[in-house]
Design a protein around this ligand. Sequence first.
Ligand code: SAM
Length: 262
Amino acid sequence: MLSYQHAYHAGNAADVHKHALLALALDHLVQKDKALTYLETHAGRGLYDLTSDAARKTAEARQGVDRFASHLPDAHPYRRALTQARMRHGERTYPGSPLVAQTFLRPFDTRILAELHPQEFGGLQDALRPHPNVHLRQEDGYAMLNAMCPPTPRRGLALLDPSWEVKAEYDRVARLLPKIARKWNVGVLMLWYPLLRDARHRPMLATLTAALPDAMQHEVRFPPARDGHGMVGSGMFIVNPPWGLRQGADQITHLFEGRNAQ
Ligand code: SAM
């Protein structure tokens, strides 16, 4: 079952949270000359058109990137990723996580990205084709991550950004992440999860925090995108957070608290 399409949600408040933290982490990792591996289990199509029918139907970007981004300094890594995408692809485009990552990765860094949906995979190929050292896989991202870890180069970051369409995914992730952290003990692992009204992420988080007590957890809350919408916040569980990420995350907390108050 693959009914989720990120085009309806690109640039929403959860994307701002997730992509801002991803940008901060990668910006830090590339300060060293040493090559790294960037892995994504659920890549999406890489680039989104905020004037598309899908984006206009939900208008979620209005409560997300349109509302928050200008309140970050121009030099903020997330602002830099937005600016680069807009300059290359148009003012009303939005970079998904693969293009946010592209802003920071260097030609000698390895990228391995999985996306199962045929249409999304096609879009991802279009978005990343010109770049060197990119390996795109139309396969299950969890299986790909498990098979690739530990990767070469060993330094690096993996983003897990499931669509959470199937409830069983919470159990699967709760089992998989500690296993990956054992196999790849230096890898930065970033898991995104939604804060839903029924808090169905809680048992998974309890398992993860017990298994990985030193991991960083960062959550922001925001009003639902529309009446009856179940998502009321966004969370990231981060194993081996890069130095400075906690401080960067505090700035994101203030951004959301400030905007929510208005
Ligand atoms: N990471 C993207 C971003 O931030 O721009 C958004 C990804 S979206 C939340 C989740 C994506 O995962 C969808 O495009 C969906 O087709 C894909 N997907 C769902 N299950 C998958 C699986 N088991 N393996 C790989 N991709 C999957």
